[in-house]
Write a new protein. Sequence first.
Length: 351
Amino acid sequence: MFKSRFLPEQADPLAFSDTPSPRDPGPMGVLLVNLGTPDEPTPSAIRRYLAEFLSDPRVIEIPQWIWQIILRGAVLVRRPHVLAPRYREIWLEQGSPLLVWSQAQAAQVQQQLVQQNVNAQVALGMRYGNPSIAQAMDSLRSQGCDRILVVPMYPQYAASTTATAVDKVAAHASRLRNQPALRFIKRYHDLQGYIAAMAAKVRQQWSAHGKPERLLLSFHGLPRVTVEQGDPYRRDCMETAQLLRMALGEDGHRVHVSFQSRFGAQAWLEPYTEPTLRAWAKEGVRRVDVMCPGFLADCIETLEEIQMQCRDAFIQEGGAEFRYIECLNDDPAWAQSLAGLIRQHLAGWEP
């Protein structure tokens, strides 16, 4: 049967209206980014994690064709088996400490923003491993977030931490047709609430157990050449240490700085943490406390490297008492301060 040319035509489903539909700005998104962790304390899971982490050219700054031969031929064969028992020693019932405490901070920040009537959704993404930055961004976008503030969980800026998180966010955004508006927090090493929260932890420790002869602030290390090439990380660390000294008042003289987690043969930022502790013990220092201000959440570098390995080194050389002061983790005062910082950076985005 033939169609009549007089019958009305069907509406074009792709036709555009001259009257735009109302635009819903939706909530703002807050993407907290931490480094990452293996999914399980097993060699296979650690190998997957290290393969991603150590393949980042911002982390290992040597020609990739050379490094990949070393990485695939030696590091990924041996290192996972060395690390597996160390991860098992610190693993929590809920999972990796870094993930558990990062999730706790994200939940507390979300609660703080709700209490302050800020229309925002918070998601946690890891630069390496799970949940990934892409998963976290997609989760925020699925909740209607067309504006996302990226908050690296590194108070001190470094290219190998903050910058690579920014790179990964931008890389995921580059694959999106409808990209969200993006803002980034670069550093907050001198944030009053951050310094105050750490000082309060120190005072609580000293009130309960007495003061040590020295308080060592152990920051994660970097190859010295990265700072010589312009990375501001060491300066950020020193400013944090100076502010904490000031916050501790007459006890500020007890504060010293070192750098941990050296990897490879090249020179890293000095003084190194473990050799410093060994030297102190040999000099007759009997009681030390150690804190890691560069880490907002406890992880293998704090719980195993500092609390176990460095403690053993100090005691072996004649030290009497070694106490590790935990990271800010689920500290409510810190969560309130972080939420306040986030709110400042969200200013002007609220409809």
